[in-house]
Design a protein around this ligand. Sequence first.
Ligand SMILES: C[S@@+](CC[C@H](N)C(=O)[O-])C[C@H]1O[C@@H](n2cnc3c(N)ncnc32)[C@H](O)[C@@H]1O
Length: 376
Amino acid sequence: MLDLLGNVLDREPETQGIKYAGAKTKLIGAIIDIVSSVKPKRVFDGFAGTTRVSQALAQTGYQVIANDKAIWSKTFAECYLNAKRDLDHYKRIIDYLNLVTPEHGWFSEHYGGEVGEGGASRGLDGLKKPFQMHNANKLDAIRSEIDRLGLEDDEKNVALTSLIMGLERVDSTLGHYVSYLNEWSPRSYKLLRLEVPRIIQSEQTHEVHNADTVELTGSIDADLAYFDPPYGSNNEKMPPSRVRYESYYHIWKSVILNDRPPLFGAARRREDSSDSVGGSEFEEFRKGSSGRFIVVEAIERLIQNTKAPYIVLSYSSGGRATAEELTDILAANGDVIDLMKISHKKNVMAHMKWTNDWLRDAETDHLEYLFLLRKG
Ligand SMILES: C[S@@+](CC[C@H](N)C(=O)[O-])C[C@H]1O[C@@H](n2cnc3c(N)ncnc32)[C@H](O)[C@@H]1O
């Protein structure tokens, strides 16, 4: 793996992040390799999610422009990429927050539960919950204190990231918040404890946005754009709500905004995370009025709108945007100058020739691809 100056890196940059559907934790080495091959200076991470890719790029020496439609991604990016003060400064805030006295509030009411018979998860409303009451009470107290302290933006981003990472370590879920476990997970019995996040203190200032990438990409001045959109679901029977980031992680939005929104359903989701409001066209599995898949049209507009001369596109073979349709879009918009295929199962990472050969295994196996496109 090479860095910005062409030096060989002996190991992958370390990153930190929440459990997240589609996070590219295992692909970081491959992404850095393919990005480095065109020697960019400014790299746009258009679907930053956990910001793990942005964190790796920043550590490799690139100036990063991170964007995601989800508010939690902005908080993470500002924390990991742009928190510039001494780490001891942030540690004092985190140490203080760990000492606040637990209290019962909005989060406890909706997301806290007691241990019922046989370890069952039960809230006061009889529903399953993601956090045990002692931790939900702590969440209430810490979240109120973060607002009461009147922190500066960087301090608040660090405190909120630390709170979310801490909550994840004691949750009772399968990694998303659309349903909770019947019986409390072993980790939910632990005490919520905040730690200072793994902040990357690079000399550069990175840019962070919270917008729709299709709209934003035309105004981003970058040498390369890395795109990792959601790609919808391949399963016709799966309701769209099951694959939507806004619904999977609704609780992080509430922790960040502390806005006590109206909720619905057994998982007490925010109303604005419902299918009719919170979706993205990249998460659509339906066809539009033109007869083409909505997600395919979105990818096409994304690539056409992008100003950066190089695009690295992540694609996983289970996605709705079929390999064939993707091939057509890429071919119409420039030259694919590299194609990497990654199989986690077989632990294989290989460069492939840009021929239609890739189409054969893309339809069948669960593989990850990285396309490097030079825009035409
Ligand atoms: C596959 S995940 C990205 C994962 C990320 N690369 C990582 O390693 O954590 C897709 C992301 O796209 C975001 N997203 C969906 N539609 C979007 C849009 N139109 N503009 C910007 N972000 C969008 C979602 O919020 C989600 O975080």
